[in-house]
Design a protein around this ligand. Structure first.
Ligand SMILES: *Cc1c(COP(=O)(O)O)cnc(C)c1O
Length: 433
């Protein structure tokens, strides 16, 4: 298996090279040169997430230096449960919720970050004498997950950039509580500024000669493969239970999580429809409706980890389906404003459901807006991307209660924090690295 750039540079690289480089040399994103094809029966006798992940990811590692380590990497990375729960068993069309928030930082990004860390630690790139520098822009959750996953892994340094004042206090704590090999930068700008600075650092030759760089945000292909694994596992669990392939609603920002779902369906997992739920940053719903790609500045919303105006992974999606007419038949999308996020959290909780984080609430809101016919057409799985206690300042006033904090998160909240304040200026950033 080799990986190629979305921008047409014909040089193919191995999985390990794609992961270490992060971004392709022509500025594109790495995608598999060809996708393997699975039958449902390929997963017979495999039920746990790590076991399903090993089968799914094996062809993507074929011929790579890490191929022999895949089983160990899966055991290291998939170290926490990913439960699929039914909400309201008595409803005619109960929705299932795939809870991706049981990792160390209580959001789905722990899955990809831990897998990537497990890979990089075992790769030739990690070096105690000349540490690999993982540079990552975050709208909130990526950075914490990456920091947690890489903290204290030898031979690797981490620089995390986040937009000042645009992440929740608990998210900020998770970005800044590490020290050691992890440095946090509080940028006076928005997420797109942080992302631009990271891209500019990669493109800066003087800097890349001084430091070996790698990315760990959702543009790294090493994050996408493990995310496919929870779609593979949950779709198989649901098929085995109901006899039907499920459809998914995925809260979407930079499009990494949803792209993994698209890839999982593309390689043959039993996945019916895929609906993307965004907040008021509606670049993707507008694109699917009009066929025209018009990225724009992001706007701040309650679902802050999805405040992305120019979703990077759209480039991979459009590489897979270059014809926007065909793409529009593969996906649906809708967007949810802050008022409806608030209402959905309050009303579902009032009906006895769990409290949703604001991101998960966008998916629940789109489910609530569907026709009965749509809801009856397949078992629907809404993807829960974060624990509500991570966004307690939004959620607690809406439900009128204090949320219990998961144990792993509570431990991080007690640690001392430190960040470097910087302007959105590449030279300033590089001077600190
Ligand atoms: C990152 C994030 C999202 C968006 O995921 P993408 O892969 O960027 O589309 C949604 N919800 C939460 C809680 C997140 O942290």
């Amino acid at each position: 298996m080799t990986y190629i750039s979305t921008r047409g540079n014909p040089d193919a690289v191995s999985f390990s090279e794609a992961v270490t480089l992060g971004l392709a040399p022509d500025g594109g994103l790495f995608v598999p040169a060809s996708f393997p094809r699975f039958e449902v029966t390929d997963f017979d006798g495999r039920d746990s997430l790590p076991a399903i992940a090993q089968t799914l990811i094996r062809p993507f590692f074929a011929g790579d230096a890490l191929a022999g380590e895949l089983d160990a990497i899966c055991e290291d990375a998939f170290s926490f449960p990913v439960p699929l729960n039914v909400v309201d068993e008595n409803a005619t069309n109960p929705v299932r919720v795939l809870e991706l928030f049981h990792g160390p930082t209580a959001a789905f990004k722990d899955v990809g970050a831990r897998f990537l860390a497990a890979c990089l630690q075992r790769s030739a790139g990690a070096s105690v004498d000349d540490p690999l520098l993982i540079l990552v822009a975050t709208s909130g959750d990526t950075g914490g997950a990456v920091a947690a996953a890489f903290h204290n892994r030898p031979g690797i340094d981490v620089g995390v950039l986040f937009p000042k004042g645009l992440v929740s206090p608990r998210q900020e704590q998770q970005l800044t509580c590490w020290g050691g090999n992890v440095k946090a930068f509080r940028v006076s700008g928005v997420f797109d500024d942080c992302q631009r600075m990271v891209k500019a650092a990669f493109a800066n030759e003087a800097f890349t000669q001084r430091r070996r760089l790698s990315s760990a945000n959702s543009i790294n292909v090493g994050r996408l493969l493990p995310q496919m694994a929870y779609y593979a596992a949950s779709s198989l669990w649901c098929l085995r239970e109901t006899g039907k392939a499920p459809s998914y609603i995925v809260p979407t920002g930079n499009l990494g999580n949803a792209l993994a779902c698209v890839w999982a369906r593309h390689v043959g997992l039993p996945i019916d429809r895929i609906v993307l739920a965004t907040n008021a940053n509606r670049t993707i719903p507008d694109f699917l409706a009009s066929g025209e790609w018009s990225p724009r500045d992001s706007v701040a919303t309650l679902a802050s980890a999805m405040d992305v105006g120019n979703p990077s992974n759209a480039e991979r999606l459009r590489h897979l389906f270059p014809d926007s007419g065909e793409l529009a038949t593969k996906l649906r999308a809708g967007w949810v404003d802050d008022d409806h996020i608030r209402q959905r959290i309050a009303s579902d909780f009032g009906r006895g459901a769990d409290a949703w984080c604001p991101h998960t609430a966008t998916a629940m809101e789109l489910y609530a807006r569907m026709s009965d016919e749509d809801r009856a057409s397949a078992p629907w799985i809404a993807v829960a991307t974060a624990h509500p206690a991570k966004f307690e300042t939004v959620v607690e006033p809406l439900i009128g209660q204090t949320l219990p904090v998961p144990a792993a998160l509570a431990e991080l909240l007690d640690r001392p924090a430190h960040a470097v304040d910087i302007a959105p200026d590449l030279d300033v950033l590089l001077s600190h690295l």
